[in-house]
Design a protein around this ligand. Structure first.
Ligand SMILES: [Zn+2]
Ligand SMILES: [Zn+2]
Length: 143
């Protein structure tokens, strides 16, 4: 039995079954926006998402949400897929994070590496940990 919910956008009560908590009308509107976006992006490859958001008058966050959900695939003018930093949403060529966030993450790792090393210092598992398992230790060292 469907439960009654308030639409997240217009606050109307509707019977919720699955998917986003939007009433049928808002969900339809949402789909239309998404269609517009994907069409626009297909017609304008290589256009930065910030510009797309501005042109279509929707929020960049919303665009990014589509991208993160894997609903929207962004390609550069040369047809190459564009990745986005999982932390700040900046366009990047490859990997999961932009160089700035990667730097910040490495610093985080550096700290956890240190505490890990302290913890493992007296442990017989230390050798095992250095031989594999903790791949990020090796990654940080390369920098
Ligand atoms: Zn609604
Ligand atoms: Zn970033």
């Amino acid at each position: 039995m469907p439960e009654l919910r308030n639409c997240k956008r217009c606050n109307k009560v509707f019977s919720y079954i699955a998917g986003p908590p939007l009433c049928p009308a808002c969900q339809k509107e949402d789909e239309k926006i998404f269609e517009d976006v994907s069409l626009y992006i297909r017609e304008h490859p290589g256009l930065p998402l910030t510009v797309v958001a501005k042109e279509l008058d929707i929020s960049y966050d919303k665009l990014m949400k589509y991208v993160r959900e894997g609903r929207l695939q962004i390609r550069a003018a040369n047809g190459q897929m564009i990745n986005f930093c999982e932390k700040c949403g900046k366009e990047i060529e490859q990997g999961r994070f932009c160089s700035e966030c990667e730097g910040g993450i490495s610093k985080d790792l550096e700290a956890s590496k240190r505490s890990l090393r302290d913890k493992l210092a007296a442990s017989p598992e230390t050798k095992q940990a250095q031989g594999g398992g903790y791949h990020f230790l090796a990654d940080v060292k390369k920098k």
